[in-house]
Ligand binder design. Sequence first.
Ligand SMILES: Nc1nc2c(ncn2[C@@H]2O[C@H](COP(=O)(O)OP(=O)(O)OP(=O)(O)O)[C@@H](O)[C@H]2O)c(=O)[nH]1
Ligand SMILES: [Mg+2]
Length: 271
Amino acid sequence: MWNPGHIAKAKKRIAELVKAVNYVIEIRDARAPFATGAYEREKLFRGRKSVIVLNKADLADPATTEEWVEYYRKRGEKVVTSEKGDRSKGLIKKLFGEKTSARVLVVGMPNVGKSTFINRLKGRRSLKVGAVPGVTRGVQWIQVNERIKMLDTPGIVYTNLFSKNLIAKLLLVGCLPPEKVEDWEYFSLAFEILKGRYPGVASEIAGDVDTFDEFIEIYGRRRGMLLKGSVVDKESAAHRFFYEVYMGKFGKMSFEDPGSLPISHEDDAIL
Ligand SMILES: Nc1nc2c(ncn2[C@@H]2O[C@H](COP(=O)(O)OP(=O)(O)OP(=O)(O)O)[C@@H](O)[C@H]2O)c(=O)[nH]1
Ligand SMILES: [Mg+2]
């Protein structure tokens, strides 16, 4: 599975850099806040004050996001939501209140919107962002305003992605590039999760289908993704389909809710 050298390196650097900050902002995807927290949180943060940001809230089901906010608040976590179009001033107030100064480490999985979030706070695009995981490769300090400095970092994940459910959900929100998913089983599982929660997405495209194989055959043909002899290029079609899902093309969707959680990512592995 996907664990390029730069992720392992990034974790090492983060473990060092956390010593130089007094605040950690943890960016998660509002569509799957549990799955997108699958990294060594306690080990990395060393007891620093932290806040969970449920980002891309504009792509998630608003009622489910509300449930997540409550869930984390009840557990004593500070949590805020963020979405496309949020203004810098309001966000800074929500995050820091009247605090005089802060040095902040921004962490999270690949593609959850870390760099975008820092740009949003700064009020202009100073960091490179992109629609595929793995855009930020190194760490970089950004002066957000006179009193707040932020450190952008590359995306991190568990070194060992042991849970199939977890992999499927990370695929649905774009933390894992579909091209790097070697086993078709993960596409099928992700499709089951999507179809279980939003049956209309599959049926609108392909009618009444049971399996991902049947679905992608129809989807690929409708998109004209054909090889020689009019055979559907299933692999490319699958990649394109999951790209469209994570980019929010099929509307607002949430892939987890607090009521249906395993207790830990380790428990998720045996489900
Ligand atoms: N709809 C929506 N898209 C967002 C939001 N935040 C970020 N994005 C998009 O998500 C993609 C990833 O954004 P980045 O800021 O590059 O994410 P990152 O976490 O820095 O990614 P890496 O550096 O690859 O780990 C880009 O296409 C952004 O435009 C959001 O709140 N809403
Ligand atoms: Mg980035």
